[in-house]
Design a protein around this ligand. Sequence first.
Ligand code: UDX
Length: 435
Amino acid sequence: MKITVIGAGYVGLVTATCLADLGNNVLCVEKSSFNLEELNLGMSPICEPDLNEMLHTNLDEGKMRFTNDMDEAIDFSDVIFVCVGTPQGNSGKADLSQIEEVSRQIAKRMNDYKLIIEKSTVPVNTHKLIKRTVKRYARKDLDFDVASNPEFLREGYAVYDFMNPNRIVIGIESERAGKIFREIYKPFTEKGTKLFITKTPAAEIIKYASNSFLAIKISYINMLADLCEKADIDVNMVADGIGADKRIGRDFLNAGIGYGGSCLPKDIRAFINIAEDYGLDFELLRAAEKINKDRRKKFLDKVEELLWILKDKNITVWGLAFKPDTNDIRDAPSIDIINGIMGAGAKLRLYDPEAAENFKKLFPENDFITYYEDKYEALKNSDALIIITEWNEFREVDLDRIKKLMILPIIIDGRNIYEPALMESKGFEYYSVGR
Ligand code: UDX
């Protein structure tokens, strides 16, 4: 099938490349000329496992290409995935100006049926606004559909998640649109993946509702962690116990310093605003958001309480990315925590396998901050080690070596990656969250 993808950002590029890999003929339109040059050379501006290889293969095989010509892209096919950015505006609401612009462009150019698909995360009932805009600007005799097909791609697993969906959500209003979607996703449905076909506004809300639910789950376990810490219970055991109930599930019950990244914080905020627009105070979400914000401050308080005076101490930090397997530091807990430790006058020795370069843009090297390319090197003469991101490589470390390198073997672990009993037996002063 011929498919147009508008926007070669994170969602657009992954969507375009994976759709081409499924055997479609894809034209992806990207207005930034810098990105376009790189993309046509097969260089992905984002770092996602398997994406570069897949991009190369599909470009070489002629199954996809990039353009900056919007008219060419609109003429190219009847099926248009809209993957432009919907950043959080000043008011906390999603800024939909790019969606509006694209709707007008499609309307003015189209001369036959088009299926316009919202792939970007948009507030509920955005499809109505797109529809109204297209109707206003398009020829009156033309038929079109607006559908919603939200993405559920995790950073670091985007290609895997696209190619191995646990469900595909589709919001449609006509059988014609349904037929097209069934064709596009046939490679998945043939293998047993469920197409969840619903009304368009329901599909729009499912994305926000899913991410907000995950945020609630994290805040819930983090509050339980506080309780467990006071009552001398290991929160991981509680998480295992409640997570074994299929209705609850163990995923997203890892206590720590809370969620960050470009999605969960933005989506929960936007969902609170959407509810407000409908006259509802979604208190539950506001509480989850507040709990999450407080985690960082609480963790800092714990560091200060355990180390007493931070001024002039050498503190090593392992992990800067908002989660493992990504170099993304957007809304990462590390930002607030490092700001706080720096403010207290400590000297920071930072290590992250992927995110250090991005972090340097926010916190350049100076008398108080040094970056290391080796995690053990970062520990030399250190008064304490703080763990903020649970990279797998931290799980398999040489604990005896760590102990020898540090002035005092104190570890404050924000992600609960070691077993307290083992750490104690190895002679560490080990502090974690909710245990
Ligand atoms: C999320 C959703 O999972 C994905 O479906 C959606 O489309 C985009 O947003 P992502 O932001 O890449 O994906 O990361 P995710 O793996 O969901 O983690 C989000 C944050 O929650 C991270 O900061 C992570 O450290 C934190 N987290 C996750 C916890 O604190 N505890 C957990 O148990 C799980």
